[in-house]
Each structure stands twice: as structure tokens, then as C-alpha cells.
Design a protein around this ligand. Structure first.
Ligand SMILES: [Zn+2]
Length: 328
């Protein structure tokens, strides 16, 4: 009786409206429990799957947001890098410009020196030009301990101007260097010529003794006692004293010459000649090239002489001149 009661189906009456008839559904007891359970399970599955889906969407959006943020950060970094690079480049340009200015100053100074040297060479003179050289300020690279002034920011146009000016400066430097490259070898050649010429000027005292026993010009002749013209300078000393060439040149005469005794004649540049008379010995021969200060002979008293001395004579364009202004 009890088991029959359990297996007895449950009847559900479905009432819709007045036009429809009443529906009668018979459900067994287990089915009555299973249907809502399945419904709840499938509903909760749906809810879970929706939750999973939405969390996936949210996570995807979060990822995208993160990516976007990263991109933004990257862009910010790029912008800041670019600003840094620009600032660095600007500083480079400023440094470069300062270098160019510094170099230009130095080159200008070298150029001035070159002109001075040119002038010196052109003067063809034994004495240096007495003109005082201008002193130009020396520009050293910035010393952080000795600078100051208010801060004035530079803009892009300033930097562009500076870049252009720096370019012009370097162009100017290049031209200066080019001209120096052309001029310096020519000037060196001229300087060499000048040096040779200077070495050839007979301006060295020809003996060790500096005692003048007879000057250049009119005097009473030591032999006759009458007025006579003395064409050179007599320097007294001892027989055998060394005689030096007063300047570089070429021996044109070296012989026994009557009243001159043993004598040497040297030809120098600028139409100058020197003669060394009354020697006791001759160390050179005609045609020899000699340097200033070379030992050419020995003092003596040969020829028309009263005692050991050197008669030193200077000719300029074949005319005797006072030797003292040359060798003093
Ligand atoms: Zn004399």
C-alpha cells in the first residue's frame, strides 16, 4: 500500500484562459525533482559561462589599455629623448662655434705673423722692423671658474643662425689655410735667400785684436809723411794671428800682390767685396766658397807694411767704403 502511494504520479492542471481547455499533465515524482534541477543547473552553467566570458573581455580590455599606456609612455620617452638630443646638438653647435672662433683668432694671428715675415723679407734689411706687433687677446676654452652673466635662453632660430655663422667661419678658415699653404713655401724660399744674403754681408770683425792702428780716409802716409788716402782699416796684432772671413762668399783673389803683400779678396752678395792684406799665410784658393767666420789666413807684415797688422778693405759696387759701419 505504501509503495503504491509513492509510485503514484502527480497530476498538474494547466489553466490558460477561457477559450482554451484545461490541460492535465501527469508527472512522476522523480521527474518532478529532475526538471527544476536540470533547469537550475543549466541556468547556473549559463551564468558561469557568461561570467567567464565577461572576465575574458575585461582582461582583454585591460591588456589593450596596458598596451596603450605603454605606447603612450614610449611616445613620451621618445619625445623626451628627442628633446634631449636636440639640446645636446645645440650644445655641440655652440661648442663648435666657440672652437671655430678660437681657431679663427689663432689663424688670424698666424696670418698676421706671415705678413710680418713677408714684410721682414721684403725689407731686405739686417735690422728687424721696429714696429711693435699688436697683441691679440688669447681666447681660451670656457673656464667654469671665471664666467658669469644672466641666463638668456636660445631658440631654434638662434641655433640656426649660429650654425650658419659657424659654417661661414670654417669656410673662412679653409681659405686662410689655403692661402697659407700657397704662401709659406714661397716665403721659406725667400727667407732662405735672405739668410744667405745676411750670411754674405761682411759684418764680422776679422781678427781677435780690436786695436785700430790706422783709420779709413785721409791720413799722413807712414812712409812718406805726406797726405794720402787710406782705403781701409789697419788692425794691429801679432804675426800668425788668425784672420777670419767677415762674411760668406767666394774667393776671387789669393796671391802675392806687391804693396798689398800676401792678400785675399772675397766677393759677397749685394756687390760687396772684402780684401785682407799683408798676410803671412793664405789658407784658401781662388774659387773657394767660404762661410762667415772661416779661418782664411794669418796676420803678417808682407808688402808695404811697417809691422804686423791686417789691412781690411771693403768695396761696395767697386768703390772703397769705410769698413767700420759694417764690422762695428
Ligand atoms: Zn792699411
Amino acid at each position: 500500500m505504501k509503495s503504491t502511494k509513492t509510485k503514484q504520479p502527480i497530476t498538474l492542471l494547466v489553466l490558460r484562459d477561457a477559450q482554451h481547455s484545461v490541460k492535465q499533465i501527469q508527472l512522476s515524482k522523480p521527474l518532478l525533482i529532475a526538471v527544476p534541477t536540470i533547469a537550475i543547473l543549466s541556468l547556473s552553467g549559463l551564468i558561469i559561462s557568461m561570467q567567464v566570458h565577461s572576465s575574458q573581455v575585461v582582461s582583454k580590455m585591460e591588456q589593450q589599455l596596458q598596451l596603450q599606456t605603454m605606447t603612450n609612455n614610449k611616445m613620451e620617452i621618445t619625445v623626451s629623448n628627442r628633446e634631449e638630443a636636440i639640446s645636446r646638438l645645440q650644445n655641440e653647435i655652440i661648442n663648435l662655434s666657440s672652437d671655430a672662433q678660437d681657431m679663427k683668432g689663432k689663424m688670424q694671428r698666424v696670418n698676421d705673423l706671415e705678413k710680418e715675415l713677408q714684410k721682414f723679407i721684403n725689407n731686405n734689411n739686417t735690422s728687424m722692423s721696429s714696429e711693435k706687433t699688436k697683441t691679440t687677446p688669447t681666447i681660451t676654452s670656457d673656464d667654469p671658474n671665471h664666467v658669469g652673466g644672466e641666463f638668456i635662453a636660445v631658440d631654434t632660430n638662434d641655433i640656426l643662425d649660429l650654425t650658419r655663422e659657424t659654417k661661414d667661419d670654417f669656410e673662412e678658415l679653409r681659405k686662410l689655410l689655403d692661402s697659407m699653404e700657397d704662401n709659406i713655401p714661397r716665403m721659406l724660399e725667400k727667407a732662405q735667400e735672405t739668410q744667405d744674403m745676411l750670411a754674405g754681408i761682411p759684418n764680422m770683425w776679422p781678427t781677435e785684436s780690436h786695436v785700430i792702428s790706422s783709420s779709413f780716409g785721409y791720413r799722413k802716409d807712414p812712409f812718406t809723411g805726406v797726405a794720402a788716402y787710406h782705403a781701409g782699416l789697419d788692425i794691429s796684432g801679432n804675426t800668425g794671428d788668425p784672420i777670419y772671413a767677415a762674411g760668406a762668399g767666394k774667393v776671387v783673389e789669393a796671391e802675392q800682390g806687391g804693396a798689398r803683400g800676401l792678400f785675399i779678396k772675397i766677393e759677397h752678395p749685394e756687390g760687396l767685396k772684402t780684401t785682407y792684406m799683408h798676410l803671412s799665410n793664405i789658407n784658401v784658393a781662388v774659387g773657394d766658397s767660404i762661410s762667415k767666420g772661416d779661418l782664411i789666413g794669418k796676420m803678417g807684415s808682407t808688402g808695404r807694411s811697417t809691422g804686423a797688422h791686417l789691412h781690411f778693405q771693403v768695396e761696395k759696387m767697386n768703390e772703397v767704403v769705410n769698413p767700420l759701419p759694417y764690422i762695428r
